[in-house]
Design a protein around this ligand. Structure first.
Ligand code: ADP
Length: 498
């Protein structure tokens, strides 16, 4: 086992990784930028090292600096978490060159899977279903247009190097194709330094269903069941659940087998995720994430397998002690991403100081968070505050617990996605498990209305506190924080009610 692991990340995921390290009795080293001097995770680590300038390029993406710190601190491995350097082949290869074990696959595998065209080709060869489209990057517009006509509109133009939902555009008519190709090429070139784009069939109401895999360095591969991540805004996940509400044993075996085949084909090692789009009884390979996912806790809840510890043990060269038969799905888990964003203003970021904080608890509730009372969320990084996860013996029980936990959760000072998740918990289509990737767009009106209702309900709860234990000043602060989500017209209506 490793002696010391450097965690090349920040926030909740840094803490989550350190928790795994502590249980395995491995020492931890944190890195932090000037903007993270007071971040909670730095105090969880046994040692901490400054990265200086808060800009991501100069801190958490600075390969040379991080490698130097790993060497100087005597760390024998680096855990990259998700985001930042987690899927960066240059970083993986720098670790390899310097004799530091990266907790993840080899640089070669990261490179292959980071390129959507290459990964699709490899999967097709392995017999994993892929979405019909151009086999290579688009070089000849006429040829591309011929293929688009053959597969039929709508199609989607995607950047081969794309990620984070950036660099893709749906096209409904032939007239729009050239413009879409050009604009995606330019977005791809700016964001990823590679303008290669390809075209594939656009599925209009697919579900996003992904499979967790674990593979050791001796070639043993298992899947650790499925997660459904169809509730997305701008192609980014907001709420995930496991298992998928539509999953049957038969479908899980079938998709799980494809996921295992995918990992085997590329000689994968570590924890990874094979993402599929599911449409009309068919499923198609979308991409592979060669790292731990944000939403890994829901898998941990339903299988009782600690994915972080498995990752570390695999990287330390141990063989998997789990066989496929040891993966038993039990109950249901939901994760709500709590971001500092205003869900009533198109999820615009709202970083700032947390002036009031009370976390939820009780049966079946897990909170993976990196914040505390009086913490200031920096503007430099993503806006995630925490991940609220609930577990129940059934989907209904996990939903009931999520509703309760969301109501218990108090965050003041910044706007959060809590009202959004409360609204989802009341949405009839969500309750019935009727999901697809355009769920938010399709139900926007209803969700917005419901968000306003839950904010009004919160105001009423605040006013009930008046007669009990809260000082008037505190109540005024809470009600103005709650009211600040709403439009002016709504605020006036509330003020009348007060
Ligand atoms: P990224 O790497 O940027 O995350 P993905 O290829 O994983 O991009 O796709 C992200 C999301 O984009 C999917 O979950 C889905 O909502 C949408 N998407 C991607 N390809 C298609 C497609 N062919 N048809 C419909 N939706 C798609």
């Amino acid at each position: 086992m490793f002696d010391k692991i450097l965690i090349a990340n920040r926030g909740e995921i840094a803490i989550r990784i350190m928790r795994g390290c502590k249980e395995l009795d491995v020492k931890t080293a944190a890195v932090y930028s000037d903007a993270d001097k007071t971040s909670l995770y730095t105090n969880y680590a046994d040692e901490k090292y400054a990265l200086g300038n808060p800009s991501p390029a100069k801190s958490y993406l600075n390969i040379d600096k991080i490698i130097d710190i790993a060497i100087d601190s005597g760390s024998d491995a680096i855990h990259p978490g998700y985001g930042f350097l987690a899927e960066n082949p240059a970083f993986a290869s720098a670790c390899e060159k310097n004799g530091i074990k990266l907790i993840g696959p080899t640089s070669n595998v990261i490179q292959e899977m980071g390129d959507k065209i290459t990964s699709k080709k490899l999967m097709k060869k392995a017999g994993v279903p892929v979405i019909e489209g151009t086999p290579d990057g688009v070089t000849d517009i006429k040829e591309a247009s011929k293929i688009a006509n053959k597969i039929g509109y709508p199609v989607i133009v995607k950047a081969s190097a794309g990620g984070g939902g950036i660099g893709m555009r749906a096209v409904y008519e032939e007239d729009e194709l050239i413009r879409a190709i050009e604009s995606t090429q330019s977005v791809a070139s700016t964001n990823f330094g590679d303008s290669t784009v390809f075209i594939e069939k656009y599925l209009e109401r697919p579900r996003h269903i992904e499979f967790q895999v674990l593979a050791d360095e001796s070639g043993n591969v298992i899947h650790v069941a499925d997660r459904e991540c169809s509730i997305q805004r701008r192609h980014q996940k907001l709420l995930e659940e496991a298992p998928s509400p539509i999953m049957t044993d038969e479908l899980r075996n079938q998709m799980g087998e494809s996921a295992v085949k995918a990992a085997e084909t590329i000689g994968y090692s570590g924890a990874g995720t094979i993402e599929f789009l599911y449409d009309n009884g068919m499923y198609y390979f979308l991409e592979m994430n060669t790292r731990i996912q944000v939403e890994h806790p829901i898998t941990e809840m339903i299988t009782n397998i600690d994915l972080i510890k498995e990752q570390i043990k695999i990287a330390a060269g141990r063989e998997l002690t789990l066989g496929q038969e040891d993966v038993v799905v039990n109950g249901h888990a939901i994760e709500c991403r709590i971001n500092a964003e205003n869900p009533l203003a198109d999820f615009s970021p709202d970083p700032g100081k947390i002036t009031g904080y009370r976390s939820p608890g009780g049966p079946g509730v897990r909170l993976d968070s990196g914040v505390y009372m009086n913490y200031t969320i920096p503007t430099f990084y993503d806006s995630m505050i925490s991940k609220l996860i609930t577990y129940g013996r059934s989907r209904n029980e996990s939903i009931a617990r999520m509703k309760r936990a969301l109501n218990e959760y108090i965050i003041l000072g910044v706007k959060t996605t809590i009202p959004f998740h409360k609204a989802i918990m009341k949405n009839e289509n969500f309750l019935q498990g009727d999901l697809h990737t355009h769920f938010i767009d399709e139900h926007k009106k209803g969700i917005d209305k419901e968000m306003e209702n839950v904010i009004l309900e919160d105001l009423e709860r605040v006013s009930r506190l008046k007669s009990t234990f809260m000082p008037a000043k505190k109540i005024a602060a809470i009600s103005s924080a709650v009211g600040s989500y709403l439009t002016n017209a709504k605020t006036q209506q509330i003020n009348k009610k007060r």
